[in-house]
Design a binder for this molecule. Structure first.
Ligand SMILES: NC(=O)c1ccc[n+]([C@@H]2O[C@H](COP(=O)([O-])OP(=O)(O)OC[C@H]3O[C@@H](n4cnc5c(N)ncnc54)[C@H](O)[C@@H]3O)[C@@H](O)[C@H]2O)c1
Length: 431
């Protein structure tokens, strides 16, 4: 089933399987690298859910109704009880609904989405139980033939790279990259670690046994990320740091080394988008901000990491550039300048430190599904549609895929890889 979105949920609303079109439709849900993706967590804990579901209130009611029904069926399901407990603790909206005992559940009807790529989508849905005991349901969505939603679904379908296009179908969101490196007794530092690519990479480092220092200037998101990793049994430390301030980056590295005694791997990833602008109208403050974070921030982080790694005589650093570091694009001069700069910084420092046991490389992600690209899809929908049309894979990348490349670059498997700017763009820059 590839021409309509379809997904399978268990009783906790974990997504057990989703076809490529459902993954594309639920892109904001799958943007969070946590697996299994969970509808209830997304609905109540992710602020993007309110924009994504035009009728959020009804979705919220239905979500609670499903969980209540399932809790009634099996009051001893600990995983379900844990989920409800977490949602009651973290979401007032959930707690109020849970207390109201409203279990009216809609199995058919219309769902109204505001999709970040294709805009408004009004789709009929039908949910059916596959196995009554297991609480497994399959949900299918469809558009009325000839309606605007039908056109948008078709656009979404080409974006999703279904097998009917002759391309390889992309991996299911449930199948995460799972690099199995052995980083026990090693220490990794990730900047911009509270979300997106940084969080996926910090998680992958932690799952490979490393102690991980997560640095970000968004304190609240940082706390949520470190709490989650700590609860999963990982050794992590959160450091609030604005990488555009050299004093703070020095303190960040000092904290990492102070806490864990060494620093083996660093991913200098923190970055922001610049508002698109005609080069003749670019505001100096926008140029300064994007270069201060995306270029100077990488410079300052790397400088202080090298201070320590030089004394240690070992280390691997990966700097986050972009496809914007490899090619130009109209209206994007400031961002692309900063990302080109990251590559110059990487290559020069890599040559300087190659003989000291320190490897420095860069990754150049193409469009990756994160908060940053979702924002661009909302604010620059036309430009993003153009980019996606030229995407050889027919799909955009995932944060956990970038994480896998970063871990490889940091691992002994890449021991002879130095000063590369690795395009990580599904072939986009080969055009
Ligand atoms: N998503 C993409 O399509 C894409 C493509 C190419 C390159 N990149 C690059 O990947 C990196 C990560 O982006 P993402 O897509 O995960 O975005 P994101 O917005 O999800 O994550 C960026 C993180 O960096 C943090 N951050 C921003 N400014 C900071 C600062 N001054 N100090 C500390 N932390 C700061 C944010 O709080 C956020 O947690 C960025 O450097 C971005 O330029 C992203």
């Amino acid at each position: 089933m590839t021409d309509i979105p379809a997904f399978v949920n268990n009783r906790r609303l974990d997504v057990m399987a989703a076809n490529p079109l459902a993954e594309a439709l639920y892109a904001p849900l799958f943007a969070d690298p946590t697996r299994p993706a969970n509808h209830a967590r997304f609905a109540f804990l992710n602020p993007r859910a309110h924009d994504f579901w035009i009728d959020w209130d009804r979705i919220a009611d239905d979500t609670v109704a499903v969980l209540r029904t399932e809790a009634g069926r099996d009051p001893y399901d600990k995983t379900l009880a844990d989920l409800v407990g977490e949602l009651c603790t973290r979401s007032d909206a959930f707690r109020t609904r849970w207390a109201s005992h409203n279990v009216r559940l809609h199995r058919t009807g219309l769902k109204h989405y505001q999709h970040p790529v294709v805009g408004a989508l009004h789709l009929n849905f039908e949910s059916m139980e596959l196995a009554a005991d297991a609480g497994v349901t399959v949900t299918m969505l469809s558009a009325q033939a000839g309606s605007p939603a039908d056109d948008n679904l078709r656009l979404l379908s080409s974006w999703a790279a279904t097998p009917s296009t002759g391309r390889r179908p992309h991996r299911s969101g449930a199948e995460l990259m799972n690099p199995t490196y052995e980083f026990r007794d090693q220490v990794a530092l990730v900047t911009g670690a509270a979300s997106g690519i940084g969080l996926a990479t910090a998680t992958a480092f932690a799952e490979s046994g490393a102690a991980v220092v997560l640095a970000d200037f968004n304190e609240q998101a940082l706390r949520a990320a470190t709490d989650k990793l700590t609860a999963a049994g990982h050794r992590v430390t959160g450091v609030t740091c604005d990488v555009s301030d050299e004093g703070q980056t020095a303190a960040m590295v000092a904290r990492a080394v102070g806490e864990y005694g060494r620093l083996d791997m660093a991913f200098n990833n923190a970055g922001v988008q610049a508002p698109p602008s005609d080069a003749a109208d670019e505001l100096a403050e926008n140029f300064d901000r994007v270069t201060a974070i995306n270029l100077r921030g990488v410079w300052a982080s790397m400088k202080h990491e090298l201070h320590h790694m030089r004394d240690q005589g070992s280390g691997a650093i990966v700097n986050c550039s972009s496809l914007g570091g490899l090619v130009g694009m109209p209206s994007r001069a400031a961002y692309h300048a900063a990302k080109h700069g990251v590559i110059g910084l990487t290559k020069s420092a890599a040559l300087e430190y190659a003989s000291c046991g320190i490897r420095i490389n860069a990754v150049c992600p193409g469009v990756i599904l994160t908060g940053m690209s979702a924002d661009m899809m909302e604010t620059q929908a036309d430009a993003m549609t153009e980019i996606l049309k030229d995407q050889p894979t027919g799909r955009i990348g995932r944060a956990d895929e970038v994480a896998a490349a970063v871990l490889w670059l940091c691992s002994p498997a890449a021991s002879f890889v130095i000063a590369v700017a690795l395009p990580f763009d599904g072939g986009f820059t080969a055009h």
